[in-house]
Design a protein around this ligand. Structure first.
Ligand code: AOF
Ligand code: ZN
Length: 366
């Protein structure tokens, strides 16, 4: 199953909004064949692995990190449960049921009715984490929201003059690009665009998928020569704004292929709830928020973040005016603090990666 999870992860970034799935066919303690779902719309992992094993699959065991699919309207691929039966598989290990209402338990039922032994729940925790985006989006119809911020050991995201490049290590930068590749959209505030003029693309040695770029800019202050505006014809770019944007600015941006989302305001800014609603409508399953601190507060205070990734660099900047990762007005009382759960700490070169979940009961712990 560990191998199945490893294989599944190779599809990261490519399978969205479908799940990452890996399949391993085992006979007499040997791996006969293995495969994974490579990209959205492509053949399913089970299908590929069984085809590779051929006649040898008869009497073998199959390891899957997700329940196999059954025939359903709207599906592109042949039902894997039928393929498993036809191949003569003896026993199937399934880490996790598929929450897709067309499948949810039916895949397992079909196998059992055909006399195949099904063992559920092996490495279920790991399987849930791997497909956390798919699980949230399938069960709620809303995007999985990750907030990623890099800061110094004294909790600053820039110096008092706004210098922020680069706080973190080269390993952290690579991690940031991997995150961009794995999320369907990336979102930043206008202040970040004005300060850093970022490209917001996924740049790694391997082939990557660029996220859809979203800039929160309630008054339409984005310059027409900003990097993201200049490349809007190549990469889908959205300006999430309000009625406060001047009409001529709106037209000028549309002319250069920037998509305009006119959304309601909340406290003089684009309402984060409206952003999430729009993302849901657009079938965007995940969004990576990269700052700045005002955007971070706006989404955090409205309880719209699922996961935070704080990268902490071994540096001290100081300065009472130097911003921290979360701005806004902040809570008055400690008892209002947002609790973080399932804390995980690891290293990224010389930096520390602090990972935590919020809203856990509403997302994937089920
Ligand atoms: C995948 N890859 O390896 C498995 C999936 O439209 P279809 O026919 O590709 O079906 C997509 C659904 O199939 C998906 O939502 C999930 O429920 C199920 N399993 N999907 O893309 C796979 N095993
Ligand atoms: Zn399938």
């Amino acid at each position: 199953m560990r191998r199945a999870l490893e294989l599944a992860e190779r599809g990261a970034g490519w399978t969205s909004p479908n799940p990452m799935v890996g399949a391993v066919v085992v006979k007499d303690n040997n791996i006969l064949s293995e495969s994974w779902h490579e990209e959205f719309g492509g053949p399913h992992a089970e299908f590929l692995a069984l085809r590779r094993a051929g006649a040898l699959a008869r009497g073998a065991e199959l390891y899957l990190n997700l329940e196999p699919c059954v025939a359903a309207p709207g599906k592109r691929n042949p039902p894997c449960a039928d393929e498993i039966i036809r191949a003569g598989i003896r026993r199937v290990f399934v880490a996790l049921r598929d929450p897709d209402p067309r499948i949810n338990g039916k895949g397992i039922e079909v196998l059992r009715r055909a006399g195949i032994e099904v063992v559920e729940g092996l490495l279920e925790r790991e399987a849930r984490k791997l497909n956390e985006i798919y699980l949230k989006f399938k069960t709620t119809g809303r995007p999985f929201v990750t907030l990623k911020m890099a800061m110094t050991a004294d909790g600053k995201i820039a110096t008092r003059t706004g210098d922020s490049q680069w706080i973190s290590s080269p390993e952290s930068l690579r991690f940031a690009h991997e995150l961009r590749h794995r999320h369907r959209a990336i979102l930043v505030g206008i202040e970040t665009v004005l300060a850093d003029d970022p490209q917001l693309t996924a740049r790694l040695e391997k082939k990557t998928r660029n996220p859809i770029r979203i800039v929160l800019d309630s008054r339409g202050r984005i310059p027409l020569n900003a990097e993201v505006v200049r490349s809007a014809e190549q990469i889908r770019t959205i300006l999430a704004t309000t009625d406060a944007i001047p009409t001529d600015k709106e037209r000028a941006l549309q002319q250069v292929h920037v998509e305009i989302w006119k959304l309601p305001a909340r406290d003089g800014r684009v309402d984060p709830h409206a952003v999430i609603q729009k993302l849901s409508q657009e079938q965007i399953d995940s969004v990576l928020i990269e700052g700045g601190s005002e955007v971070a507060w706006s989404f955090l205070s409205q309880r719209l973040i699922d996961k935070i990734l704080f990268v902490i660099a071994p540096k001290i900047i100081g300065g009472r005016r130097a911003p921290g990762p979360v701005g806004g007005i902040g809570f008055e009382r400690l008892s209002d603090a947002i609790p973080l759960k399932e804390i995980n700490i690891s290293r990224l070169g010389s930096d520390i990666l602090y990972e935590a979940y919020l809203n856990r009961e509403r997302t994937i712990s089920s």
